[in-house]
Write a protein that binds this ligand. Structure first.
Ligand code: PGA
Length: 255
């Protein structure tokens, strides 16, 4: 561990602003992947919360390629899923576990020592959420995407920074994305998400944002007062938040 680095408490006391990395689109995924590779090299037992969706896909492709050439190993790491739809059958192409396996985990020669999926196939989703909350304690790194409605994970508008991992009702735009963007066989109405309280307690948080369609919400999240209309805005409370934005996503940020 790098002992020269300030502790989270020191960072918080210093009111450290987010680190904002604005990258050309072609450099975005390789840069994010390189930072993750560096974190894993520094701490092979990293506990990482990972999202699914369009945004992280090119990062996972870069990580899988790096692992294939021996440049990184996930062997000692634990991967904790950020969120999962409730109501999609096992194997559904939109399921977050299916996507994470096909885009990253199944492509690794040596998979992580532990993959904590969210058990949405049992009879009691509330109980599954409680079990997943335990897995989400003690994260070293929370990697997050940004919804066009301001959500992170399925922490939809109206969420609180004190929320634990829980069963949530999905916003209409999120439900529509399940079918329109991710190819779900039917539209889910609910999900389970790691809550903001756990994400804010992670050692580091990364917000990954690409494309002009996210530009207005990224500006909202970073430049306007925090509030429940944009749960991502609460991430600014995190003492070690890094925003990785490509040129398009950053196009409305102040120069
Ligand atoms: P996307 O979704 O990466 O598919 O754009 C992000 C999100 O809605 O959280």
């Amino acid at each position: 561990m790098n002992t020269l680095r300030p502790s989270p408490d020191e960072d918080r006391a210093a009111g450290r602003p987010p680190r904002i990395e604005i990258l050309p689109a072609a450099a975005w995924a390789p840069t994010v992947a390189a930072e993750l590779i560096a974190r894993l090299a520094a701490r092979p037992s990293l506990r990482i919360c990972l999202p699914t969706g369009e945004t992280p896909s090119p990062v996972y492709a870069a990580l899988a390629a790096a692992e294939a050439r021996g440049a990184v190993s996930f062997a000692g790491s634990t991967i904790v899923m950020l969120d999962e739809w409730v109501g999609l059958p096992p194997g559904d192409p939109a399921r977050c576990d299916v996507r994470l396996r096909s885009e990253l985990l199944d492509r690794l020669r040596v998979p992580p020592s532990l993959f904590a999926a969210i058990d949405v196939d049992g009879p009691d989703p509330d109980e599954a959420a409680t079990r997943h909350d335990a897995a989400a304690v003690g994260l070293d790194l929370a990697v997050l995407g940004l919804g066009t409605n301001g959500h992170v994970g399925f922490n939809e508008p109206g969420s609180s920074p004190d929320d634990a991992t829980r069963l949530v009702r999905l916003a209409v735009s999120t439900r529509e994305a399940a079918t329109a963007r991710y190819g779900a066989s039917r539209m889910p109405t609910a999900g389970i998400t790691v809550g903001l309280a756990r994400l804010l307690a992670a050692g580091e948080a990364w917000l990954l944002v690409t494309g002009e369609r996210k530009a207005a919400m990224l500006r909202r999240a970073l430049e306007e007062p925090e509030g429940p209309d944009c749960p991502a805005s609460y991430l600014r409370r995190h003492p070690r938040l890094t925003v990785f934005a490509d040129d398009g996503a950053a196009s409305l940020l102040p120069k």
